[in-house]
Design a binder for this molecule. Structure first.
Ligand code: FDA
Ligand code: NAD
Length: 434
């Protein structure tokens, strides 16, 4: 079988891969030195678009409109760009075997790719209900969303089931963004999740109450504290009903499941150190194996600000970790080093007319400020997290660019708080005046 050899190989062709390619080009790579090997059929794109503008009934986003790096205001890297740079974009190619000691990868078609330096950027896959053997979970029109193929299948179903019923399973990022997207497409939406409120990993009960109220006002039904335990199907195999643990039965033409992601590390199991579900790296995204780096969703890295090691499944870190790794790779070649990664966690989401940002850590006591009434004409509210007398995290819905910058700054600086009452009284002003 064929064998090809590159100085640098990036396995995975998502957000990190695209930002890494741009950084390689910035730092200087010779034609033929760098290859990106991706299971996907298209050049790296801004994955967050898939659960937002890609699903709009009008004014929707389509490729090539959202190739990286437009999501961070950068240049859009079209497939031609990779050609011009002499970067090999090896698409529709799944790597099924990795031999880190032998510095070789093997594709499903049997081709071998040798490398000197490897960047692992395989991202995450979705957790499926079939993984838990939920009865009937393999019925047609039960969807997950990770890549553009998934998004296209969902769009087809949306067209085929006009004004139909949709059940969203999961109250996390996918659940909230897809609940809104399907409602905007005029489906009758019911959301189901096991927790007492949505996005429990990040939201406080007060934050969640706003979004749940807002979604209810949009006509979305919310069923909390239970899970889907089975599905029935029509004779043609399409989903018909969702059976819940509490005995309720919901009719459904479309089901969208968002019950979490799982980092794709299986290829490297036993060959590289892992921690907290990801591949363990240092502050330069170097793994325990020489010349192997891991970035984006798969990396468990030192989060200097919190003096802890963490894995982050968000796009801002995918971009920045990729840039950091490439800078470190290029510096090492010249016997130099770069500064340690000093990341401030940043998550965001958008749905309907809403838009929130969060910076820092959501631990400790919380202080809610602003107007969080779901019926407000222009809701704007936020929350600070306080640990050991310092603000360590900040959330803001409806902020302006300056206000969002201010909450980012506060999360980074971690100022001391006099009293919680004072912080509550000052609200957003506290961040604006830092
Ligand atoms: P990413 O998943 O982008 O790329 C991995 C690539 O590797 C894929 O192309 C995959 O096919 C490929 N691959 C995997 N295994 C392979 C193999 N064996 N062989 C070849 N190729 C392989 N975050 C955020 O902060 N704000 C947001 O709004 C959103 N929105 C959002 C929407 C949706 C629908 C999803 C699924 C995710 C988000 N995210 C997000 C999360 C964000 O997109 C995510 O953290 C980054 O895409 C991670 O970048 P990576 O490069 O690590 O993986
Ligand atoms: P998530 O972890 O955000 O949410 C999972 C949710 O699934 C939980 O909150 C819970 O409500 C629910 N759940 C768990 N088990 C369940 C069960 N058996 N039945 C019903 N509900 C159950 O994961 P996600 O929303 O699936 O997102 C997947 C990945 O995509 C994550 O990495 C996420 O960071 C990423 N993503 C991020 C954004 C964003 O940052 N704006 C948007 C979309 C996706």
């Amino acid at each position: 079988m064929a064998e090809r050899s590159f100085k640098y190989v990036i396995v995975g062709g998502g957000v990190s891969a695209g930002y890494a390619a741009r950084e390689f080009a910035k730092q200087g790579v010779k034609p033929g030195e760098l290859a990106i090997i991706s299971k996907e059929a298209v050049a790296p794109y801004e994955r967050p678009a898939l659960s937002k503008a890609y699903l709009f009934p009008e004014g929707f986003a389509r490729l090539p409109g959202f190739h990286v790096c437009v999501g961070s205001g950068g240049e859009r890297l079209l497939p031609e760009w990779y050609k011009e740079q002499g970067i090999e974009l090896i698409l529709s190619t799944e790597i099924v075997k990795a031999d880190l000691a032998g510095k070789a990868l093997v594709s499903a078609a049997g081709e071998t790719f040798k490398y000197q330096v490897l960047l692992i950027a395989t991202g995450s896959t979705v957790i499926k209900l079939t993984d838990f053997k939920v009865q009937g979970a393999d019925a047609k029109n039960i969807f997950y969303l990770r890549d553009i193929v998934d998004a296209d299948s969902l769009l087809e179903a949306i067209k085929a089931k006009k004004n139909g019923k949709c059940v969203i399973v999961g109250g996390g990022y996918i659940g909230l963004e897809l609940g809104a997207a399907l409602k905007i497409n005029d489906l009758d939406v019911t959301m189901v999740y096991p927790e007492p409120w949505c996005m429990p990993r990040l939201f406080t009960a007060d934050i969640a109450a706003f979004y749940e109220g807002y979604y209810s006002n949009k006509g979305i039904q919310i069923v909390k504290g239970t899970v889907a335990v089975g599905f029935t199907a029509h004779d043609n195999g399409e989903v018909k009903e969702v059976h819940l643990k509490d005995g309720r039965v919901l009719e459904a033409d479309i089901v969208v499941v968002g019950v979490g992601g799982r980092p794709l590390t299986a290829l490297f199991k036993g060959q590289v150190e892992e921690e907290k579900g990801g591949i363990k790296t240092d502050a330069f995204f170097k793994t325990s194996v020489p010349d192997v780096y891991a970035v984006g969703d798969v990396a468990t890295f030192p989060l200097k600000l919190f003096n802890e090691i963490r894995r982050v499944e968000h796009v801002d870190h995918a971009r920045k970790s990729a840039e950091q790794a490439v800078k470190a790779i290029k510096a090492a070649e010249e016997g130099k080093t770069v500064e340690e990664y000093d990341y401030l966690p940043y998550f965001y989401s958008r749905s309907f007319d809403l838009s929130w940002q969060f910076y820092g850590d959501n631990v400790g006591d919380t202080v809610l400020f602003g107007d969080n009434s779901p019926t407000s004409a222009k809701p704007k509210f936020g929350t600070y997290w306080i640990k050991e007398g310092k603000v360590v995290g900040a959330f803001l819905e409806g902020g302006s660019p300056e206000e969002n910058k201010a909450i980012a700054k506060i999360a980074k600086l971690q100022p001391q708080v006099e009293t919680v009452e004072q912080l509550k009284a000052k609200g957003l002003d506290f961040a604006m005046k830092i």
